[in-house]
Each structure stands twice: as C-alpha cells, then as structure tokens.
Design a protein around this ligand. Structure first.
Ligand code: FAD
Length: 188
C-alpha cells in the first residue's frame, strides 16, 4: 500500500489509527476494524509525537481508503494478499507460539531451553506491533518464561495469553484445555 501524494496537511487521521514510536501511523499496530474513512475530527488512539504530520496523514488516508474497500467480518472480508493488522498478526503469532510450546520436549536439554528463552526474549525486540512488544517485554520481566518442560511452557504461555486477553477485554481461556486446543484436538 502506498501513501497518496496529495497535499494532506489538513486531512484528519482515520479514527482508530495507532501511531508508532516515530509518530507516524503504524499499520501493524492498528486493527482494520477500526479503520473508517475520516469524517471531520482527528482521532487517534496513541500519539507519541506529532512529527511529520503531513506524511502521517497521507499514509493514514491510504490505509483508510484500503480499509474502506472491504465491509463485513474482518476475518473474511480482506484479501489474502493484504498485509496483516494487529489482530491477524496476533492470531498467527499465538498459533505459532502455542503450537511450538505444544511440541516442545517434555524434558528439554539445556540447549533447547536456551533456544526457547532466546525465542521468547527476542519477541519484545522484534515484534512489529511496537506497543504489543513493549507490553510483552514488561510481562516477561514480571513473570519470566518457564521452559523446564512442555507442560510448564504451555501453562506459562496460556497464562501470558490470558493476561493479554484480560487487558484487551477478551474472555480468558481455560488452560486445562490447552493441549486439546493446540495439540490433540477435541475428543470424539
Ligand atoms: P487471539 O487472542 O489471537 O487467540 C487466538 C486463539 O487462541 C483463540 O481463538 C483461542 O482459541 C486461543 N486462545 C485464546 N486465549 C488463549 C490462551 N490463554 N491460551 C491458549 N490459547 C488461547 N493486541 C492488542 O491490541 N494490543 C496488544 O498489546 C497486543 N499484544 C499482543 C502481544 C502478543 C505477544 C501477541 C502474540 C499478540 C498481541 N496482541 C495485542 C494481539 C491479540 O492478543 C490478539 O491476537 C488479537 O486481538 C486477535 O484476537 P482473537 O480474539 O482473534 O484471538
């Protein structure tokens, strides 16, 4: 998606646009469901600084136009060729993390434990949604990953995901069912 090249210094940002640490609209920090064509007022959910506003607004306008092209459920309305938003990236990342935990060894070697710790501690540095990354980093500090076994890691990850669920106002998941969800499937 490219930014428009119109003069956009007076164009408002689409409601729900999240700005990144550089003060520009952060596509991967924003939910597509929040992207609506701007009306008259400027409304953002985060505003670290106001630098480079014209470019930010041009980018945001392109994002809003792209979002407005689809209607209905966000899971189905977008083309498979669209870049991810914060929600689809989150779902994909949780799928990767829970599945990796589900297949982690029952008795991991020291090297396997070290690799798992490296993977988890890399996320706050590399996860492209900057506010998600910052939040995860704080959680890892408060409650460090338990990589001693498959069961311990799955339980730790489930609790961590539940913390994020609570923060986002989502229902919590029953961690007793984590293997059913991510490894074994439902019993017949
Ligand atoms: P998701 O929360 O993505 O869950 C996917 C599936 O996992 C669910 O359908 C359910 O079957 C299963 N599940 C749910 N909870 C658990 C659990 N506790 N244990 C095991 N399985 C479970 N979004 C933000 O807006 N702000 C943030 O700060 C933010 N931080 C994030 C940090 C990380 C590390 C990740 C991976 C994602 C983050 N997200 C954040 C995205 C957010 O967590 C969701 O992924 C997104 O909102 C989509 O939610 P969803 O309802 O589709 O299900």
């Amino acid at each position: 998606m490219s930014a428009t090249n119109q003069s956009s210094s007076t164009r408002p940002l689409p409601p729900g646009t999240v700005l990144g640490p550089d003060g520009k609209p952060c596509k991967i920090c924003t939910s597509f469901r929040n992207w609506k064509l701007p009306t008259s007022s400027r409304a953002t959910t985060a505003s670290p600084n106001k630098g480079d506003a014209a470019q930010a607004m041009a980018s945001a306008t392109a994002l809003a136009a792209s979002a407005a092209a689809g209607e209905g459920d966000t899971h189905t309305r977008r083309s498979a060729h669209c870049p991810p938003d914060v929600e689809s990236l989150g779902r994909a990342t949780w799928t990767f993390l829970h599945t990796t935990a589900a297949y982690y060894p029952e008795s991991p070697t020291p090297t396997q434990r070290a690799h798992m710790l490296q993977l988890l501690h890399s996320l706050p540095q590399l996860y492209p949604c900057s506010h998600c990354a910052g939040d995860l980093g704080a959680r890892l500090q408060r409650r460090p990953p338990d990589v001693r076994s498959r069961a311990a890691l799955s339980a730790w990850l489930c609790a961590t995901h539940n913390e994020v669920n609570v923060m986002l106002g989502k229902p919590t998941f029953d961690c007793a069912r984590v293997d059913e969800r991510w490894k074994d499937g439902p019993k017949d």
